[in-house]
Write a protein that binds this ligand. Structure first.
Ligand code: GYE
Length: 333
């Protein structure tokens, strides 16, 4: 009898408890709907759409993002877009559907993002641009842009060249290996370099084409440049990888890189720095890929509703051959 009675009393309690748990569970889901606790275990969920794996820079950047997410206790949903904008748009739509707390992405090209960014805004999911910018006129479509000043990198490269060629007589013929067509670093590095070298009329860009930021692209386009242009004095490559690919083409054409052809690149990843220390490159403007820790910090802040600066610039330097020799042993990437 007693047992039965206890059982009878226990049932409503259990039912009530069940209801509380159910409501609690729904509330937890509800939080993530509105950008609340996100993951099942209460971790902030960050959807990150990476450009691809086109260069040493990109590999170092991916490692930095993954390591920083783990260190910050952030659940990272990582997507590799293989250098295709349509893949990035798909990934961002997936993140919206999954109701992640924050979306970060490195836009492969500058244009064409407004629609998907509006979708993220409508879903109340804050967006952070990392590494590359978009050209959207509506700046409320994203919270901040964390990355380098690419125009400055191009300008510093051009200024170094002016100094290096100040005693040269006659035309100095430059070939340019551009990054991915339509990308912020390709547009901006081209612009900064052109503006700087305009100060010296003997510096002339005789050919300029995209090598898509890859070694294979750099090699192939440099081969064409060498065939079409009997006199090439300078190569300006928008990243180390294209410069490294071009080295093969230059050597195969019987020329000595770093001597017959002055080579300027951007990034300063380990292989690039090695080529510079070895005398094959002549100058590198640094572009830091180690954006992970700052990105995680920003993700936490925007998730908490804090205001963040609309533009955060990475600190960078430049390297000559001598400086590369000194810096190489401590280079992290
Ligand atoms: O310079 C290049 C990479 O967006 C800054 O992308 C980045 C660039 C970097 O492929 O190596």
């Amino acid at each position: 009898m007693r047992g039965t009675k206890r059982f009878r009393l226990a049932r409503p309690i259990a039912a009530a408890l069940g209801a509380v748990l159910l409501v609690g569970g729904l509330a937890a889901c509800g939080n993530s709907d509105t950008g609340g606790d996100g993951g099942d275990d209460g971790k902030l969920v960050l959807g990150f759409s990476q450009v691809g794996a086109e260069s040493g820079w990109r590999t170092a950047n991916t490692t930095s993002v993954k390591e920083a997410a783990a260190a910050a206790g952030i659940e990272l949903k990582f997507d590799d877009a293989q250098q295709k904008q349509e893949n990035q748009i798909k990934a961002i739509r997936n993140f919206i559907q999954q109701k992640v707390d924050v979306i970060a992405f490195s836009p492969v090209v500058e244009s064409g993002w407004d629609t998907v960014l509006k979708e993220a805004r409508d879903a109340d999911i804050p967006v952070i641009l990392t590494d590359r910018a978009v050209d959207s006129a509506d700046k409320t479509l994203y919270k901040t842009f964390l990355g380098s000043d690419f125009v400055k990198e191009g300008r510093l490269s051009g200024e170094w060249l002016i100094e290096d060629k100040k005693d040269a007589t006659g035309d100095v013929n430059i070939v340019e290996l551009q990054g991915t067509t339509g990308s912020a670093p390709a547009n901006d590095r081209k612009k900064g370099f052109a503006e700087a070298i305009a100060a010296d009329p003997k510096l002339k860009i005789v050919a300029s084409q995209s090598g898509d930021f890859t070694r294979a692209g750099g090699k192939q386009v440099m081969e064409q440049f060498l065939k079409a242009n009997p006199k090439i004095d300078v190569l300006f490559a928008h990243n180390d990888d294209m410069g490294l690919g071009a080295l093969e083409a230059i050597t195969a054409a019987g020329k000595v890189p770093g001597k017959d052809i002055t080579i300027i690149t951007i990034d300063a990843v380990r292989d690039g720095m090695q080529a510079l220390a070895d005398g094959k490159f002549n100058f590198i403007a640094e572009c830091s890929p180690l954006l992970g820790p700052q990105l995680m910090d920003l993700a936490k802040k925007v998730h908490a509703g804090e205001t963040v600066p609309p533009r955060i610039e990475t600190e960078e330097t430049t390297f000559t051959q001598e400086q590369a020799k000194e810096a190489l042993p401590n280079r992290k990437y």
